[in-house]
Ligand binder design. Structure first.
Ligand code: PLZ
Length: 453
């Protein structure tokens, strides 16, 4: 075992005070990480994977520290969750105060302030100035499930349209809504019924402008589903797991307009794109759309599990009393964390920071693209940026190259995530608390990994 690991006598405290540096004192995984991974293999179901072979002990700013004393640059934010940074001081203080006060009453049994305050905040900051209401849940998938329940109850209709490359979760209904079979669905059926899939706008691959792409989707919906049967369409304004696909201008507004004209609820799944991630509070704002319902989770509570459905009051109120809920939904500790996180999103320059990060990441990736034809496309908004890797001769997706670059980057202490239907996208989702220096160093490592691949 290395000497640095030996001197690590206690777990370092997380948060922004952690030294903001990439530091490799062992290979990745080091011995202590390997020990945990061996225990994981014995104790944890094989289906639960991991991206970085580390034993995390602390995180904050732009780094994750492992049990061997390595400090890795975090370009993933735990899949777009720790947007304001890990163990943000305001979140820590709010959680500590709440956990000492009470941990749970169940909002359906004895309601409390923080749940109502989170609902008020969501109603205020989500797109549109119409009357809104919210309901809180535990996970993104649970929020999506409830958005569909609410839309069905409101419209009295059953069908739901999701899109190619869409990702909405791992529960039964949300698996049905999710496009990609492996690893999310394969062998886990049968899936929920009355789910239909429409073509997405994917400018890099379909070459269609937004109007034409929307026409194609709407034609499919009208012919194969029928507006009379359709309760809702659900779409990520920018697709996350599916490959950070930014639809062509005009695509989303045309879908919203069609929904309005046909009594179909338009649900924006902003679970990955929400809360300053894209340089706007919500990605819907980028495209000038006002969804009927919006699902949120991930960044909402600085790392604590919380999710929400927010939307038009008349739709949200369609359910009979007692029709919505769950034991833990809107847990008081998660709500306290969310109120602190939303304060940071609104008051601490997060939108500006996301846009600065966009400039750095896009600049670095466009430089790479100019020098290397294997970088087929660079796209995204704010701190949600991706590069799509292709075979330059054919334009075909190159998943092997993508996996090699990601693996080599992680081995060099830079956590990057892949995504995409074809597995050929590296996505960059740094916490907004990362320093410019760390961001550049991380991109240096990715560039070197690409050059070597
Ligand atoms: N909708 C748009 O991005 C979660 C999941 C990764 P949960 N995405 C990361 C994985 O492999 O499980 C997500 C999302 C969008 C819904 C969800 C689901 O959110 O909190 O994971 O249930």
């Amino acid at each position: 075992m290395s000497s640095a690991a030996d001197t690590l006598t206690e777990t370092p405290l997380g948060g922004p005070t952690l030294p903001q540096e990439r530091r490799l004192v062992t290979s990745i995984p080091g011995p202590r990480s390997q020990e945990l991974l061996d225990r994981k293999a014995d104790a944890v179901a094989a289906g639960v994977g991991h991206t970085a072979p580390v034993h995390a002990v602390a995180a904050g700013g732009g780094v994750i520290v492992d049990a061997d004393g390595n400090s890795l640059i975090d370009l993933g934010s735990g899949i777009a969750v720790t947007t304001i940074g890990n163990a943000h001081p305001k979140v820590v203080a709010a959680v500590q105060a709440q956990v000492a006060q009470f941990t749970h009453t169940c909002f359906m049994i004895a309601p409390y302030d923080s749940y109502v305050s989170v609902a008020e905040a969501l109603n205020r900051i989500t797109p549109g100035d119409h009357a809104k209401k919210s309901a809180l849940f535990n996970s993104g998938a649970e929020a999506v499930e409830n958005a569909v329940k609410i839309a069905r109850k409101y419209t009295g209709k059953q069908a739901v349209v999701a899109f190619d490359h869409g990702y909405h979760g791992r529960t039964n209904l949300t698996m049905a809504l999710t496009a990609k079979s492996m690893p999310y669905k394969s062998g886990f059926g049968p899936f929920a019924s009355e789910i239909y899939r429409a073509p997405l706008s994917y400018p890099y691959r379909d070459g269609l402008d937004g109007g034409l792409a929307a026409k194609k989707a709407i034609s499919m919906i009208e012919k194969q589903v029928g507006a009379d049967n359709l309760a809702a369409i659900i779409i990520e304004p920018i697709q996350g797991e599916g490959g950070f696909i930014v639809p062509a201008d005009g695509f989303l507004p045309a879908l919203v307009e069609w929904c309005r004209a046909n009594d179909v609820v338009f649900i924006a799944d902003e679970i990955q794109t929400g809360f300053a991630r894209t340089g706007e509070m919500f990605a819907s704002d980028l495209f000038g759309i006002v969804p009927d319902l919006i699902t949120t989770a991930k960044g909402i509570a600085g790392g604590l599990p919380l999710a929400a459905v927010t939307g038009r009051a008349e739709i949200m109120d369609a359910s009979h009393a007692g029709g919505l809920g769950g034991t833990y939904g809107g847990n008081p500790i998660a709500c306290a964390a969310a109120l602190a996180a939303i304060d940071v999103f609104e008051n601490d320059g997060m939108l500006e920071r996301a846009r600065e990060i966009e400039t750095i990441l896009k600049g670095r990736l466009k430089d790479l693209q100019a020098a290397d034809p294997r970088v087929g496309d660079v796209r995204g908004h704010g701190a949600m940026i991706a590069a799509e890797f292709v075979d330059p001769a054919t334009g075909e997706p190159d998943a092997a190259l993508t996996a090699a670059v990601a693996k080599a980057s992680i081995a060099q202490g830079v956590i990057v995530l892949t995504c995409g239907t074809y597995g050929n996208v590296i996505r960059f989702l740094p916490p907004l608390s990362i320093t410019d220096d760390l961001l550049h160093e991380g991109m240096d490592v990715v560039a070197a990994a690409l050059a070597a691949a």
